[in-house]
Design a protein around this ligand. Structure first.
Ligand code: ZN
Length: 341
């Protein structure tokens, strides 16, 4: 009980990509890039293991961005036809590629790094993929009738990928859906249905990660506009509680999410954000334990998993590693308190 995991990403070492930025350019090319990705993946696994993380990831060391790593292997997307699009309901504008033809997966997007990670750790392995709603909110559509039709097609392609990852020995497949916090009605209309298509036939655990984003300025300004309490989860958790997704990863520490909303996830495993990714301040183990302790009023310990609020990718490497240590140590502290460790 009280396992630990991370949302997914970790900072990339400077010899792999430019540090402390999203969409960082690679620092290598060709075979040197492939080797640097392998080395960084091993380092990411080791740092998680040393910190006491039970369900580890590849740290997303082999992709430039959490959405576009998957998209790079999809045919039907024109990466040269970039358009400025307001994304996350116009919270910010991004230059996004365009879907110009029927979508098809050229080859496995993540098989190489998943197989490497599986071979090099005996811990449970989680692998993250972008969710269908977040993908269609991060790409322009010049082919499909509407964005729901495009999302359902992406869900089928994600399903092909997910089934292969499961066959490689991945224990948990997580779909990242920050868009779920923005389009709450659409989550109920088709977002969860798209996730069900993406997870069809899987026997491993499935998770959905729903956050308020990295600590970039657009997100910090948006959070400041959301009022004293953030109640977006209240609209979507009841539908998620009825879904066929096993785990929900959510933002908690230093957020204005009312903690009692956790009770709306009855029956699900809750990945509770106990590490703030928008702050360089390293949490103490006591702070981590305190957030988890509060959550235990609403979620039984056997369904509570300590996690980070979001990916640690844009942070300084040493700070992110210290935060991992705090996550492991804080959870261990609470386990001992509960007589479980
Ligand atoms: Zn996130």
């Amino acid at each position: 009980m009280l396992e630990t995991t991370i949302a997914g990403s970790l900072p990339k070492p400077f010899w792999l990509a430019k540090p402390k930025m999203l969409w960082a350019p690679w620092a290598q090319e060709g075979e040197a890039l492939a080797e640097a990705k392998r080395d960084a993946t091993l380092l990411a696994l080791k740092e998680q293991e040393d910190a006491g993380i039970d369900i580890v990831t590849d740290g997303e060391q082999s992709r430039r961005h959490f959405v576009h790593g998957f998209l790079e292997e999809i045919e039907g997307i024109d990466f040269n036809r970039r358009v400025a699009m307001g994304i996350r309901n116009n919270r910010y504008t991004a230059e996004v590629p365009t879907v110009t033809a029927a979508l098809r997966r050229r080859r496995p997007a993540h098989g190489t790094e998943a197989a490497l990670a599986r071979a090099r750790t005996t811990r449970k392995l989680k692998f993250t993929l972008p969710g269908p709603m977040t993908i269609v909110d991060t790409i322009a559509n010049a082919h499909y009738g509407d964005r729901v039709a495009m999302a359902m097609r992406f869900a089928e392609l994600l399903n092909e990928e997910a089934l292969e990852l499961e066959a490689l020995g991945v224990d948990v497949i997580q779909f990242d859906e920050p868009a779920f916090n923005v389009y709450m009605d659409e989550v109920k209309d088709w977002g969860i249905e798209a996730l069900h298509r993406a997870r069809a036939g899987l026997r491993c655990k499935t998770a959905v990660h729903i956050c308020y984003g990295y600590g970039i300025k657009a997100n910090i300004d948006w959070k400041a506009s959301l009022g004293r309490e953030w109640r977006q989860y209240e609209e979507i958790f009841p539908a998620l509680a009825k879904s066929r997704i096993d785990q929900v990863s959510l933002e908690c520490i230093n957020s204005r999410v009312p903690i009692e909303l956790l009770k709306l996830l009855d029956g699900k495993e809750v990945l509770l954000g106990a590490i703030d990714v928008a702050s360089e301040q390293v949490e103490t183990p006591e702070e981590v334990a305190a957030v988890l302790r509060r959550a235990l009023e609403f979620v039984p310990a056997e369904r509570l998993i300590a996690c980070t609020n979001c990916g640690l990718a844009p942070l300084d490497h040493a700070i992110a590693n210290a935060k991992l240590q705090a996550l492991g140590a804080g959870t261990a502290l609470l386990r001992r308190e509960l007589g479980q460790g």
